[in-house]
Write a protein that binds this ligand. Structure first.
Ligand SMILES: C[S@@+](CC[C@H](N)C(=O)[O-])C[C@H]1O[C@@H](n2cnc3c(N)ncnc32)[C@H](O)[C@@H]1O
Length: 222
């Protein structure tokens, strides 16, 4: 069977997507502006507004009560997830940067979700290993150092409840995961490709790679 071609998302088409998706509110716009001002080139690490909208809607439809994020940066994705949590829900955020997460804390305050979020500064691998090994997580989002994606996956999947969701960002790596599309042989491409193979072969989940932003893997625990 010949697969149907997927859309080529041009900048104009992405603008169209944003114009027809839930728009960033004043807090999110402030976060986008402050991230651009304060972090320079690193601002490209921030998830796109359509991804943020997706995270909020997914958390909401799942009725998520406990979420974990690996890679918080200035807080756009965590703000989005926290907004979708069920009443009484909470989330754990992992990052190594006090500086970047200070911007996150400010905007969690502005968005009225600070009381739902615990931030732990330190290598995420250690933070995740310190969690109980029970199936307590409803939703997690992996968006930190690419070389550790498989380790984060292995820490999160056993702690995810059946029916819970593990998401991972940047899994298409600007299309370079396709054989022959990364002439420089960037090690990051190999890490992402290894992660994608790992997920596809994992019998504990059903997974799909969504062509959202830079590729968003969504895996549901069986
Ligand atoms: C792509 S950014 C996350 C973007 C964020 N999800 C957002 O919506 O803005 C990656 C983050 O991972 C953090 N990071 C890198 N290595 C880490 C590690 N070993 N443990 C925890 N966080 C790490 C970086 O400090 C950075 O803030």
């Amino acid at each position: 069977m010949t697969p149907r071609p997927t859309l080529n998302i041009t900048s104009q088409l992405h603008e169209y997507v944003l114009a027809h998706s839930k728009k960033p509110d004043a807090v999110q716009r402030s976060l986008i502006e402050e991230t651009a001002r304060a972090t320079g080139n690193a601002a490209t690490m921030q998830v796109a507004p359509d991804q943020g909208a997706f995270l909020t809607l997914l958390a909401r439809i799942m009725g998520a009560r406990y979420a974990v994020e690996v890679g918080t940066f200035t807080g756009y994705s965590s703000l989005a997830i926290a907004r979708g949590l069920a009443d009484g829900g909470h989330m754990l955020c992992c990052d190594v940067s006090e500086e970047w997460t200070a911007i996150a804390r400010k905007h969690w305050d502005m968005g009225g979700v600070s009381d739902r979020i615990e931030l732990r500064i330190g290598p995420a691998r250690q933070t995740l290993e310190s969690l109980p090994r029970d199936e307590i997580i409803d939703l997690s989002f992996i968006d930190a150092d690419k070389e550790s994606y498989i380790d984060y996956w292995e820490a999160l999947v056993p702690r995810t409840r059946p029916g819970g969701v593990v998401l991972a960002d940047n899994t298409l790596w600007k299309g370079r995961v396709v054989p022959g599309e990364d002439p420089d042989h960037n090690p990051m491409t190999e890490h992402i490709d290894a992660f994608n193979n790992h997920v596809a072969a994992d019998p504990r989940v059903d997974a799909v790679v969504l062509t959202v932003a830079d590729g968003l893997t969504m895996a549901v625990k069986k």
